[in-house]
Design a protein around this ligand. Structure first.
Ligand code: ATP
Length: 137
């Protein structure tokens, strides 16, 4: 019995398919979901969202939101979800370098620092996800 996975952002439905397993970046750490998982409602952090189906693993970067697990249905509502194939690794590396330079450059307001840290975190997630891409298990 597969899991029905739906990933939705404010812009579009990113993913809708029957899958074997999900590993999601919950705020408290990664959680694995197999069929018949207990009901769960959790917030998601920025991180790697892994989907296993038929011996293949797909990876997406997700940025916050919620995951609702009920029966064999997993609904993810997230700010953004980017499949590994759509991530431009070089752009993410440039964003990481810019954020690190800004953080090292010296005094900045709390808001600027929070912005740079969030940007760095997004870039690091994108780099990690783009390195994984789709692979056979
Ligand atoms: P950058 O500084 O490179 O613009 P960012 O973290 O500021 O990165 P976001 O504000 O998170 O970018 O995203 C803006 C838009 O650009 C979104 O649609 C996002 O999906 C896309 N995007 C950001 N970085 C990348 C990337 N490395 N590869 C592909 N799309 C990206």
């Amino acid at each position: 019995m597969p899991i029905r996975l739906e990933i939705v952002t404010p812009e579009k439905a990113v993913y809708a398919d029957d899958v074997d397993m999900v590993i999601a970046p919950a705020t408290d750490g990664y959680v694995g979901i197999l069929p018949h998982h207990a009901p769960l409602l959790t917030t998601l952090g920025p991180g790697e969202f892994r989907v296993k189906k038929g011996g293949v693993e797909e990876v997406l970067a997700v940025f916050g939101g919620f995951m609702d697990v009920r029966g064999d249905r997993v609904i993810v509502l997230t700010e953004a979800a980017e499949p590994a194939e759509e991530i431009d690794a070089q752009r993410a590396q440039e964003a990481r370098d810019r954020a690190q330079q800004a953080l090292q450059a010296g005094p900045m307001s709390a808001a600027e620092e929070a912005h740079a840290r969030a940007s760095l975190q997004r870039a690091l997630v994108r780099i990690r996800v783009s390195e994984r891409r789709r692979r056979r298990l």
